[in-house]
Design a protein around this ligand. Structure first.
Ligand code: CA
Length: 224
């Protein structure tokens, strides 16, 4: 899951990015409204955390602009204001939820999780592929009765593969959704992590689930 955080308070932005990254999200940060709006409109995000008071373009204007362009990415608005009028205006501008500063990070994580869950209403918390069971909210994976321990990045890759079950996922799609924009490393990282994921999931005697589609990418499927 890739998030965009638009927040001009540098320390807050850094702390939130660190925390959210530890929770397994890929996070891009924009420190002003102009950059935030640009990234929101040009990159693929699963959620946008948007501060209201921002230099150059304020959060309300960004929210209106991206909704006018037809983007339905969930928006969590952050604001120091708690007046009811601002909340109403925020929701009118297209924000999905509101968090008033100061807030606890636990509260932010809970809102982020809830919004991501709401994003895809048809999605079940528990997904099965053959006897592989993935709990997307508890971040737990089982193959048969055996619990599989995955690193946050391995889980993010598996989660993206599961959301695109039986469909081909390219390396670029994985890089766009699992890593933040600042990742400048080799795209071989995808192959390396697919390799470790496969080792953990496709154990001896089990139906092979992680498939490499030569020259294209990968597929999670119980069918060959
Ligand atoms: Ca601000």
């Amino acid at each position: 899951m890739r998030l965009l955080l638009v927040e001009d308070e540098k320390n807050l932005a850094e702390n939130l990015k660190k925390g959210l990254t530890e929770q397994g999200y890929a996070v891009d940060v924009a420190l002003d409204g102009e950059e935030g709006e640009f990234l929101a409109e040009t990159e693929a995000y699963d959620l946008i955390i948007l501060d209201l008071m921002l230099p150059k373009v304020d959060g309300m204007a960004i929210c209106k602009a991206i909704r006018e362009k037809g983007l339905s990415t969930p928006v969590l608005m952050l604001t120091a204001k708690s007046r009811i009028d601002d909340k109403i205006e925020g929701f009118t501008s297209g924000a999905d939820d509101y968090l008033t500063k100061p807030f606890s990070v636990a509260e932010l994580y809970a809102r982020v999780k809830a919004l991501l869950k709401r994003k895809d209403k048809t999605e079940l918390a528990m997904t099965e592929v053959d006897d592989l069971r993935i709990d997307l909210f508890k971040h737990e994976v089982f193959r048969g009765p055996t619990k599989i321990e995955l690193t946050p990045k391995e889980f993010s890759i598996l989660e993206y593969l599961v959301r695109n079950k039986d469909g081909v996922v390219t390396r670029t799609m994985l890089l766009d959704h699992v890593w933040s924009a600042e990742y400048a490393g080799n795209s071989n990282i995808v192959d390396v992590l697919i390799g470790t994921l496969r080792k953990k999931i496709d154990t001896a005697g089990k139906v092979k689930l992680v498939h490499t589609i030569y020259g294209v990418g990968f597929k999670l499927s119980a069918k060959a």
